[in-house]
Design a binder for this molecule. Sequence first.
Ligand SMILES: [Zn+2]
Length: 512
Amino acid sequence: MNNKNNSYLEIKRKKRVLTIFLLLSLILVLVFSCFAGCKSNSLNKNSKNLTNYSLSLSFDDNTKTLQGTQTVNYINSTQVVLKEVWFHLYPNAFSETAKIKPVSNLYKDKAYPNGEDFGRITINKVAVENKEKEIIIKEPDNEVLVVKLNEDLYPDDRVNINIEYNVLLPNCLHRFGYGDNTYNFGNFYPIACVYENGSFKTDAYGSNGDPFYSEMANYDVNITYDKDFTLASTGEQKNTINLENKKQTNIKASVVRDFAFVLSKKFNVISKKAGNTTVSYYYYEDKNAEKSLQCAVDSINTFNSLFGNYPYSTYSVAKTNFIHGGMEYPNLVFISDSVTNIEDYLNVIVHETAHQWWYNMVGSNACEYAWLDEGLTEYSTLMFYKKNPSYNINVKESLNSSLSSYLLFSEICTSVYGSFDSTMTKNVNTFKGDMEYVYVTYVKGVLFFDNLNEMVGDKKFEKSLKYYFEENRYKNATPANMISAFEKICKRNLENFFDSWINGKVVLQNYK
Ligand SMILES: [Zn+2]
């Protein structure tokens, strides 16, 4: 063997190693690009047959008003010919004349720390395919805008509707309103009502639950606001340009059920990745900020593996002035700054994150079947704790306390009113106040899902939820969809079991 020969062999060996390395790299690149591509393709593919909203918004901090111009490229996704399209005008629920109000007497003082204040949306102009139309707003609460079309709209056909408006934000610590720290823009623009069983659904914005119901849509939004604000929003903030004294951000959101944003001069922002999603935490005064962010990351990771993937590139958790614990919007959740105990604060983050699955990706009519998302979301929160023992939550104990507090509440109601209606499937505005809504929807909801889990076992329970998610992703589901998912996976008839729980016949005193 000589040196020359050795060098030749060495070069040959190196070449072979290099070729193998290049091939492996290529395979890895292909696998990863397919993975990323497949993910965005799931949104791309599903964004095709949806309504497109283009919003141009300008916020004036001095007058607390938002000026909006909106083009809705509306698709008729029903099976019938439409002559009109109806839109919710949710901000009018905050007006002085509203009969059904989003704030109940119980929470009035907390919601309006500076005295009752009012907000509204004023429609200035409506046009269909550039033809100006009469502005028709339905009484009594002026919460619905009726847009008469120029011609019949056939199934799968599209029409362009332009709406110009002004929104006045109330001094109210609510989904729509402002406090000392944040300006909350939830349910603030005209959003198309869902057409179902021969009519547009127009449930009023009452104080029980989250009485919203909408279809998936795509959004292209420009927001102009003061330079010293930080913006948290649904979707991906594509770019921000500086204007004189102001800045303007362009946001794109595909396949989302709604669009919301929060502005604050006090926001700090920290971010971390959960898979392909950038999770951001917008906060003020939180000495456990890293823990809060980590909790959001853990929640996304846990629910990704429990139910199916969150396909969006962003998820934002925003601390806000808000009377309740938290509120879910697509890709964005509000966490109330009034929740001061860290365990409770993290619990709200887990709960609101679970809503990305049970509200945004799998929607439902929260006015009729609030338990279908709230009960399941509460139970998903317990599933999170089972999978993440480091959070030190005793799930068994939590279930026991749910049961005893529910029984106590039902006893009190029976002695005060003579009876207690524990029907879960009923309209949110028919519950006797906030407490009954919470006990029947959340607490009984958790007990129901726990009973179902015990009956079919963890494996089948998780598999059924995965299947329910897969089958109903990007759509609106009903209790029937959930029953059929569990029946298919568990291979048994569950109609009577569901019926006894959701229609109020189950006797919980015998439970456990
Ligand atoms: Zn919830």
